[in-house]
Structure formats: structure tokens, C-alpha cells
Design a protein around this ligand. Structure first.
Ligand SMILES: Cc1cc2nc3c(=O)[nH]c(=O)nc-3n(C[C@H](O)[C@H](O)[C@H](O)COP(=O)(O)OP(=O)(O)OC[C@H]3O[C@@H](n4cnc5c(N)ncnc54)[C@H](O)[C@@H]3O)c2cc1C
Ligand code: SF4
Ligand code: SF4
Length: 946
């Protein structure tokens, strides 16, 4: 039951916004209660918005009812600024339009475009956005701008503050302002004249207060996201410039960002990096100071300098990509990872030489070596970016990993860093490590913390108080350099800035949000203990996911992220269920379990794509499979065993079903068939699978055909799907995949062998995805045995025509068989025997999750480009969400995952993939006829020397 005022809000807002986008149930409010910080608040109401008008409606109403609101983009914030115990407004993943100006020097972005998506749009023009947080793949423009997020290269010259052109904003009373539009500004002047006058007064007072002005100038010489962007008051005279620059870094406490226009920056492709090992931290920091001064006087060009202390190096020294000698370093050695970028290779060489010369005077323990090898330097940067999660992965279960984010004036870097290390020792944070953007004086330190014991919370508090004294008072540094103030540093803003500046910040907040309804408690908070309240524990739940640090990096890849829950949210709910069970709160745990069934279990595609984006490699799909297995009844288990034992009979029944539905289709026609089947599905409460015009027809394959004996032999294992399901009634292809594959293999000069008992064979995936692990193993073992025999224990390569089945075989088999799916098999065995004559028709491909996980994404694109001169890859589609056969029973997952597909492939004529079931859903939601890539390869090739 909602409290009265929230109920009133709910009743009124649900007249304007679809109820499906408004959540008040306990599952969703808990799931959205989490951001990447170590704080938690549970909102009363969560609303997903995708239009400015919706935000206006919400803000007007919440203002009338005096209810506070918090905005949420990707929820990757680390300081507790994206959570709420009131109304949480989440910008949905569809709030993502963009515009480029003609010369691509400006890009306008709506709030839900991720930083990486923005860079993908700009990449073809050699440009990128300025801000470059390490979380760029997941975090969104709204959060990047509102946090003034920055990263390894952008420093203080290319952050949101410095690259901002204009903004569209919505204020607490619902008023809109477009700072790029003179009419909008005129209107705003009319309605908010007094507000603008007061803003100019604040600016004037600040400019006239010499002490304050000088302090602001000094503090923004290094990165600073602690408190409001006071530099806006002294950097500009125009009231709209002051206003929009104050919004940068305001963490959703002043206004809603509907759109931001950035000036883009150059993205030089010629780069080189060096990982340089100094004798100790002092030596490394002194080198940084020298590099910084040389950069400022333009005698060198250096783009990034990242420091990793010995503890940091130790956490990654066992990574196979790291040089083995690191393990032998003594306890003081400190590394700098340096990157320089140039307009061309010649300039790059000059820049490298200049940096090497400058560093000659410093004591290094290994020779300096710059690499231009993309693979090599990408690996170094990947490892550096993985430092924070690396600590997360080795922490004790139940503890939280904390990352702090301070900046020092560059001249005191060495001394301050030594003092920080001393504080680790004083407070017994022996595992703590330091790394960060040294060139900007910005260091992150990472440590693990248990918040479940009062004495541990006390230790954290004492440590933080010492850190605040050292960073803010002694060295006049920034308590937050790039992660934002949040709840974490709100209690300390006054200590860092002093009373006058803090009062100025309070006046800013009061001017924009006099009722304190926009993200209260963040940035301005008079509670001196705020940093110790609403702490989030990470209770154990299942070792498959216990290492999760709730960072949210997995969310963009998940096909159910818009339909039900994300991987992070699935883990959050499981943690809560386990916690409740441990407390004996069975009834409440059961309530969560009930709600979790659909959102968590049924609508997970078990595609494991989350693990590829997860810094600690957590596969939430495996948790889902585990939970599905736990729910299997003995009756279901018995049935599954029967099916496994009589597999050819099962396939026969499936064929019968396909035949019947196709027969009905022929009689009723597509439109009537759709109506009848959807009615039947409704009546059966969705237990009858969804019918689609792209549903394949039943087929029989013939493995007994004439062929010559050849030296080159291949074992062909057509998956059970491709042995049963043929072409659909709408397709334009006139042969079955099996026949096309045979033609192709023969064309390349192969003799084709088939496993005995083919009719009964299956990789086991239909069983394992539903949690029937015993039956899956049984089928996998049977298949392995047959393939061992026919391939002469791996002498001949084995081709499976379906990528997901191939991956299952590779994972499940223990013997050394050479197993290939279509992409890799073509590249390795067919290309050398075939001549390709590419077509000029635009085509698209869909790389299945399994192919992605097997690292075949690039190869598939290459292969497609050998077949067509126009290959279009939809950027917004990852897992198709069909999930084996789940697309028949939960078609909404497939639909949601593919909601952007049609738009992205407007001009495409032909579409290809490597998995029949994925192709059914892809065809349905694109309107194109997706087929196996073998069709196209067969069409565009002739045998060599013919
Ligand atoms: C592993 C890891 C590494 C990170 N590395 C970095 C880094 O290198 N540099 C860095 O700066 N940060 C880093 N972060 C922190 C965080 O990812 C960034 O600050 C990021 O920009 C936050 O964006 P978001 O989309 O997640 O925003 P959210 O967390 O959802 O929101 C951030 C703030 O913006 C407000 N907000 C969101 N949308 C709007 C809107 N439309 N209008 C107004 N206010 C809005 C929210 O209320 C909140 O206060 C890291 C985080 C993690 C987990
Ligand atoms: S599963 Fe991995 S990526 Fe997702 S929130 Fe947890 S740690 Fe982050
Ligand atoms: S397995 Fe796939 S659907 Fe399931 S949580 Fe991971 S990404 Fe999402």
C-alpha cells in the first residue's frame, strides 16, 4: 500500500503515463533501488520515461504534491547519487535520439545514449565525445553530464563542462528551456526573470569576492566534482551559459537534462603506449609532475598517464597478458602506463622520442619501451581498466569493494600519495591499492569493507575522516575528482570548500529547487553522518554470482533489460531472497520468489552475454539455469528422460506438429492463422507456443547420396533443429539448408561423413537450457561417442550447421575433437578451395550469442564482406532473445530484444545468420527472410580452378 500522497501521485500520473512503465511492486522497487554505489534506498515508485513531456508531467505533479524525485540513467554511479526513497525517474533505453551537425563538430544526444554509442556514431568521422569515463560502455549521457564524468584522457580540458555547447532542460516546475534557441530563452526570461536576475547576482558576488574567485580558479586547475561547478559563476557572464554550466556535475539536483549538445573532439588513430616501471612511488610521481609541466609548456605531447602502485600491480601480475617479470619486483616498484596520440605515424615517433628523453633522468627498473601494436597496448589498457573489478573479484564474500576518487595539486602528488599509503597502514586496509589518472593528480584507491558490523563501519568512518583531512585540508585537493559528490562526500563538501563557497552552493540549490525536491541529500546535506547511512551490504546468495559488485556494466547487453530485469537486478533480488531466508523470513522470501519467476527466471534468455561485459565475468544465465534446475519436479524429470531416451520419436512428434500447423496455415491464410493461434494461446494462458508465419515446415533429410571418395573428409552433424525444421512458407530460398550445405562441401572437394544413429543425436542444449542437466549430459555423451568414432578420434574436422549447438559441444566434450560451426569452418576449410564473387546487394548478418562468445564476430563480418560489397550491421541488436525455443513461449522477450532491428536495417535486402531458431524471430521482427550464411556462400562461390 502506498502512502496517501504517493497514491495520489500514482493515480494522477498513471492517467498520463502507461501503467506498464510505472512500478510499485516490491520486486521492481528493490531491483531499481540499486546503483553501483555502496548505498541503497528503496523507491516508492519507479517510472520509466522515454519522452520529455512525461518528465514535465512528473515534475509538475511531484512539485504540487511536495514529493521528491531522483533521475536515473544507467545507475553506474559510485557515490550514492542515483538512488531514491521516493520517486525514481529512470530514462528508458529508448530515450536516445541524436543529431550531428554538418561537419560533425557537434553532436546532440538524448539522455539514454551510452557514451560508447555516441562514440560509435562519431567513429566514422574520426571524432568522439570528450568525456571518457572507464564505464563508457554502460553509462549514459544524462549521467555523464550530470556527474561531469571523466576518464583517462579527457582531463579537465575535454570533460562535459569544457565541451558543452547547449542543453535542453526541464526544471522542477516542469518549465522547459533550450539554451540553443533564442525563442526558448526569451520565453524563459519572461517566466523566470527573477530567477535569472538572482543567478547573475550570485555570479557577480562571486566574481567580486577575490578570495572566493581565486579559490575557485585554483581548485579547478585539477579535476573536481565535489560540490557544484562553482567555476560556472566566474567563467561566464551570460546567464544562460552560467545556468547550463552549473547543471554539469549537478547530479540531478538542479534540473533534468533532456538533451545535450557537445562539441566533438578529434580521435587520433595513431597511438603508442608504454608500461614503465619506476623504482618507487616517489620516483613515479616525480616523473608525472615533470610530464605534466612539459605538457603544459607544450614541449611534449602526452595524452594519458596512469599510475599503478605495487599493490595494484600485484593484483594483476598473474594475468597471462602481463610480463612475468613483474612478480619479481620488490615492494616499492610503481608503474606508469603512458599513452601518446598523433595525427600521423611520423609525428608519433617524434612524440615518443620526446617522452623517452624527458624520462631519462628517472630511475626505472626495466628499459622503457613504447608499443604501437594495437593488440598489445589494448591489452595493457584493458588490464588497467580492470583493476577496480580485480579487487572486487578477490574480495571476501559479503564485503563491499569501495573505490575512492581524490585529486591532488600536481606539485604535492608524491608526498600526498606516500601519506595515503601511510593511512592504509594506520587503518589496517592492507589490501588497498592505488591507481589513477596521475597526469591530472587524480587517484583512485580501492579497498574492501564489511558494513554489516558496527566496528567495521567505525573503522571506515575514522579512515575517511583522516583521508578528508589529508586530501582536502592539508593538500587542498578534491575529495571527488570525477565520480560526483553523491551521499558519500556530501557531509564533507563544506570542509573541502570552506563556509563561503559552501553557502554559495546552498544558494544555488535554493534558487533552482527551493523546495529541495530534486535528489535531496545529494551534494548538499547538513547531516554530518550521511556517508554512514543507508549502507548496502552484498549478502551471499550463490557462488555463481557472489563476486558481483553491482556495477551495471552487464545491463546494456541483456536482451531482457527493457522487458523484465537486467542481470544486475537478477543478482540483487537473489541476494535479498537469500538474506531473508537466512533471517527466517520465509514468507517474504516466497513473495519475492513468486514475483521473480517471470521477470527473473522465465525471461532470461540464458544467452550468457552478460558475462562478456562483466568485469568479473559473471554469467547470470548460469544462475538462471541453476534456478530452473532446482524447480524441476520428479515428473518433469521423468518426462525429460523419456524424451532423451526416445529422441528420434520426439523429433517425429515435432515434425508432426510443424506439419499440422503448416497445413492449418495453408487452409486459413496468414492473417486468420495469426488470429486463431493467438486466441488459442490466450485461452491456454500462453502454454500453446506462439505461431509465426516464419515457422519452418517439417523436413526429412537424406544422408544417402552419391559422392566421390576424396582425401579431404569432413564429418557433417546437422543439428536436430535443422534435421526437423526446413524452410518457412514465406522464404525466397528454394532449397533446404541440408542440401545447400552438401553442395557447398562437395564444391570445396570434401567427402562427407555422417555419424551413425544421426536420428537420435543431439548436443543436449534443449535439455540444459531448461535445467535438465542429467539428460543434457546423456545426450552430449552419446553424441561425443558417435563423433569420436566417425571422425577417427579427431582426425577429420566436424562441422555442425548451428552455432549454439557447436558451442555446447565444445563446452561439453572431453575428447580432442575438431568441431566447427559455419563461420570458422568456412574461413579455415572452404575459403582456400573456393573463389568468391561478391554481390552488390545490401545484406545484414546476425552474429548469435554463441558465435560472439566463441570470438567469431569479426570473422563473420569479414566473411559477409567477402560475399557482399554492402554489409550493414545493426548496432543495437545483440542477443535476439529467441533463446532456443523460448521465443515460442515467451515471444515478448524476442520482440523486446529486437525492437530496434527493423529501423537499423531499412535498406537491407538479404539477411543471414547461423542458427535456425534465431532466424525465426529475426525474420518475424525485421520482415526480412533470415537464412543460414551457407546459402549466400554457396550462391557467390565457385570451386577454385574451375
Ligand atoms: C567500474 C566503474 C568504473 C567507473 N569509472 C569511472 C570513470 O572512469 N570516471 C567517472 O567519471 N566515473 C566513473 N564511474 C562512475 C559512473 O559510471 C559515471 O560517473 C557515469 O557517468 C554515471 O553515468 P550513469 O549513466 O550511470 O548515471 P547514473 O548513475 O544513473 O546517474 C548519475 C547522476 O546523474 C543524474 N542524472 C541521470 N540522468 C539525468 C538526467 N537526464 N538529467 C539530470 N540528471 C540526471 C542522477 O540523478 C545521478 O545523480 C565508474 C563506475 C563504475 C561502476
Ligand atoms: S554481473 Fe558483473 S557486470 Fe553485472 S553488475 Fe555484477 S559485476 Fe557488474
Ligand atoms: S543470460 Fe542473457 S538474458 Fe540472462 S541475464 Fe545474462 S544477458 Fe540477460
Amino acid at each position: 500500500m502506498l502512502e496517501k500522497s504517493y497514491q495520489e501521485f500514482y493515480d494522477k500520473i498513471s492517467q498520463k503515463i502507461d501503467k506498464k512503465a510505472i512500478f510499485t511492486d516490491k520486486l521492481h522497487i528493490l531491483a531499481y533501488g540499486t546503483d553501483a554505489s555502496f548505498y541503497r534506498l528503496i523507491p516508492k515508485i519507479v517510472i520509466k520515461v522515454n519522452k520529455a513531456e512525461q518528465v514535465q508531467d512528473i515534475l509538475k505533479l511531484s512539485n504540487d504534491l511536495n514529493l521528491s524525485v531522483t533521475f536515473r540513467a544507467a545507475g553506474t554511479s559510485l557515490s550514492g547519487q542515483a538512488i531514491s526513497d521516493s520517486i525514481l525517474i529512470v530514462t528508458s533505453r529508448d530515450f536516445k535520439e541524436f543529431r550531428l551537425n554538418e561537419d560533425k563538430s557537434e553532436i546532440s544526444l538524448q539522455p539514454s545514449i551510452t557514451g560508447q554509442e555516441a562514440n560509435n556514431i562519431l567513429a566514422p568521422y574520426g571524432k568522439k565525445i570528450g568525456p571518457d569515463p572507464a564505464s563508457i560502455n554502460a553509462c549514459m549521457i544524462g549521467g555523464i553530464a550530470a556527474n561531469n564524468a571523466s576518464g583517462m584522457c579527457c582531463g579537465i580540458s575535454q570533460n562535459s563542462y569544457k565541451t558543452l555547447k547547449s542543453m535542453k532542460l526541464i526544471f522542477n516546475d516542469g518549465t522547459k528551456l533550450n539554451t540553443a534557441c533564442s525563442n526558448s530563452k526569451k520565453e524563459f526570461r519572461k517566466s523566470h526573470g527573477k530567477f535569472l536576475e538572482d543567478l547573475l547576482k550570485l555570479s557577480k558576488n562571486t566574481k567580486e569576492n577575490e578570495n572566493l574567485r581565486k579559490k575557485i580558479e585554483k581548485k579547478y586547475k585539477i579535476k573536481n566534482t565535489c560540490g557544484y561547478s562553482l567555476n560556472a559563476l566566474i567563467d561566464f557572464d551570460d546567464e544562460f551559459e552560467i545556468l547550463q554550466h552549473l547543471i554539469i556535475g549537478s547530479e540531478g539536483t538542479l534540473a533534468f537534462i533532456e538533451e545535450i549538445t557537445y562539441y566533438t573532439v578529434e580521435d587520433y588513430k595513431d597511438k603508442a603506449s608504454a608500461l614503465i616501471y619506476f623504482k618507487d612511488v616517489k620516483e613515479a610521481c616525480s616523473a608525472v609532475t615533470k610530464l605534466k609541466l612539459a605538457k603544459e609548456n607544450r614541449s611534449i605531447s602526452v595524452d594519458a598517464v596512469e599510475l599503478m602502485d605495487r599493490a595494484g600491480l600485484r593484483s594483476i601480475e598473474n594475468d597471462p597478458a602481463m610480463p612475468s617479470f613483474i612478480k619479481d619486483f620488490d615492494d616499492e616498484v610503481t608503474a606508469l602506463l603512458i599513452e601518446t596520440r598523433a595525427i600521423d605515424n611520423k609525428n608519433l615517433d617524434i612524440q615518443i622520442e620526446q617522452i623517452e628523453n624527458l624520462l631519462k633522468e628517472f630511475k626505472v627498473v626495466k628499459d622503457i619501451y613504447f608499443t604501437k601494436d594495437v593488440k598489445e597496448y589494448t591489452l595493457y589498457w584493458k588490464i588497467r581498466k580492470g583493476l577496480f573489478p580485480a579487487v572486487g573479484a578477490v574480495r571476501e564474500n559479503g564485503t563491499t569493494v569501495i573505490i575512492e576518487d581524490v585529486a591532488y595539486p600536481i606539485e604535492c602528488l608524491a608526498q600526498a600519495t606516500l601519506e595515503l599509503q601511510e593511512l592504509f597502514r594506520k587503518h589496517n586496509y592492507s589490501e588497498a591499492l592505488i591507481f589513477g589518472h596521475a597526469l591530472e593528480g587524480n587517484f583512485h584507491f580501492v579497498f574492501t569493507q564489511d558494513f554489516s558490523i558496527p566496528s567495521e563501519v567505525k573503522r571506515y568512518d575514522e579512515f575517511m575522516n583522516d583521508v578528508v583531512s589529508s586530501v582536502a585540508l592539508k593538500y587542498q585537493g578534491s575529495l571527488k575528482a570525477e565520480h560526483g559528490t553523491g551521499r558519500n562526500m556530501a557531509s564533507f563538501v563544506e570542509i573541502e570548500w570552506g563556509k563561503t563557497a559552501y553557502d554559495m552552493m546552498k544558494k544555488i540549490k535554493n534558487l533552482f529547487d527551493p523546495k529541495n525536491l530534486l535528489n535531496p541529500g545529494v551534494i548538499i546535506n547538513d547531516d554530518k553522518q550521511a556517508h554512514l547511512k543507508d549502507l548496502k551490504a552484498l549478502p551471499q546468495t550463490n557462488e555463481l554470482v557472489d563476486k558481483c559488485i553491482e556495477c551495471g556494466f552487464c545491463e546494456p547487453t541483456c536482451p531482457s533489460n527493457d522487458l523484465s530485469l537486467t542481470p544486475r537486478q537478477r543478482i540483487v533480488i537473489n541476494r535479498e531472497i537469500s538474506r531473508l531466508k537466512r533471517l527466517g523470513e520465509e514468507k517474504e522470501a516466497k513473495e519475492y520468489e513468486k514475483l521473480y519467476q517471470y521477470d527473473g527466471i522465465e525471461t532470461c534468455a540464458t544467452c550468457s552475454l552478460c558475462s562478456s561485459a562483466c568485469p568479473v565475468k559473471i554469467d547470470t544465465g548460469s544462475l538462471t539455469k541453476y534456478l530452473r534446475a532446482e524447480q524441476i519436479t520428479s515428473k518433469e524429470n521423468f518426462l525429460a528422460s523419456k524424451i532423451a531416451d526416445n529422441f528420434s520419436l520426439t523429433l517425429g512428434t515435432m515434425k508432426f506438429g510443424l506439419k499440422s500447423s503448416n497445413a492449418f496455415h495453408e487452409i486459413l491464410g496468414t492473417s486468420n492463422m495469426k488470429k486463431v493461434s493467438s486466441k488459442a494461446r490466450k485461452l491456454s494462458k500462453n502454454s500453446i507456443p506462439k505461431w509465426s508465419p516464419y515457422l519452418p515446415k517439417a523436413i526429412n533429410i537424406n544422408t544417402k547420396f552419391e559422392q566421390k571418395t576424396q582425401d579431404k573428409k569432413v564429418v557433417y552433424f546437422p543439428s536436430c533443429i535443422n534435421r526437423t525444421m526446413g524452410r518457412n512458407s514465406k522464404t525466397s530460398v528454394d532449397e533446404e539448408l541440408f542440401d545447400v550445405t552438401i553442395k557447398l562441401l562437395k564444391k570445396a572437394g570434401f567427402e562427407i561423413l555422417f555419424p551413425k544413429n544421426l536420428k537420435t543425436l543431439c548436443c543436449g542444449m534443449p535439455f540444459s537450457s531448461k535445467g535438465f542437466n542429467t539428460q543434457a549430459k546423456q545426450k552430449s555423451d552419446e553424441l561425443e561417442k558417435e563423433l569420436q568414432e566417425i571422425s577417427k578420434n579427431g582426425l577429420y574436422p566436424i562441422l555442425c550447421d548451428t552455432s549454439p549447438c557447436t558451442k555446447k559441444m565444445l563446452e561439453g566434450f572431453t575428447s580432442e575433437l575438431k568441431i566447427y560451426e559455419p563461420i570458422k569452418f568456412t574461413m579455415e576449410f572452404l575459403v582456400k578451395h573456393l573463389d568468391f564473387k561478391s554481390i552488390d546487394e545490401p545484406i545484414t548478418i546476425h552474429t548469435t550469442c554463441s558465435s560472439r562468445k566463441m570470438g567469431l564476430e569479426e570473422d563473420f563480418i569479414k566473411l559477409a564482406q567477402m560475399c557482399s560489397s554492402k554489409v550493414i550491421i545493426p548496432k543495437d541488436v545483440k542477443c535476439c532473445g529467441f533463446a532456443g525455443d523460448r521465443g515460442f513461449t515467451y515471444p515478448e522477450l524476442n520482440k523486446s530484444a529486437l525492437r530496434n532491428l527493423k529501423n537499423e536495417i531499412k535498406d537491407v535486402k538479404y539477411a543471414f545468420s547461423t542458427s535456425k531458431t534465431c532466424e525465426i524471430g529475426l525474420s518475424e521482427y525485421s520482415g526480412l527472410d533470415y537464412n543460414s550464411i551457407f546459402y549466400l556462400i554457396n550462391q557467390v562461390t565457385i570451386a577454385k580452378n574451375n
